[in-house]
Design a protein. Sequence first.
Length: 280
Amino acid sequence: MKLLPESALVCLESTLVSENNLLAINSLSVSFGGLKALDNVSIEVKPNNVVALIGPNGAGKTTLFNAISGLVTADSGEIKLENNLISWPKPHELAGYGIARTLQGVGLFSGLSVVENVMMGADIHRKSNFIKDILGLSSRDEYELKEKAMQALAWAGAAHLAELEPKQLTYPDSKRVSIARALVMMPKILLLDEPAAGLGQDDIDKFTKLIFDLKRNCSIVIVEHHIDFISRISDQVYVLNFGKVIASGTFDSVKREPAVLDAYLGTQQSNSNSNSSRAL
């Protein structure tokens, strides 16, 4: 029997792993004028995993989100969903691909109740006007849409807030409603942009539990500066700096990488690795 060389076995193993990806970004580059915002960036997202994108301000994390969301144009690179090569999505196509995103700003509409804000999430990525169109819904369509919205609110732990107005919500509750609005389309991939920003420790603990609940039903890609939060929720971490991935792996493996310590702390990290590890 003819045996495969070791290099071929490694290649085969890599192929099998890649085929299990829900989302794969390969060799993505994005430029703004003469500035290279992303340079040959690749990430992989497996089913029911939490993938964190971390790095200093200006590292390219939000630009990567914007490329996936169709808000910026890729210079080069490819995107695969469930191992199928697709065109870079336009914003109104995200729901059809099973992708939903929250933004850094909560962005709830003051003239609508919480449940109506979440109902808007079923339409927000399409080329129609929800406020106008909902007035023309049949009773059955409106009932079904509201049921989806209530399910999404329950999924986000916010069903008890359904009839309130946004001005009556606490900041942490408004973040839950924003997540529910993204969940109403039952996405396969949820993009969360700094969900822990502005939260106290008690609310971060609650959001940690929420993330674990959500990952039972979808994969999550998260941009976040709160490192302790990331250490608790992430399955895979990609560290970006100056538009490049400088490290990837579990949180425990990347936090001690010299390039990661230098990106966060500069040359000061070389004086004390133990202090640097605590900072990350």
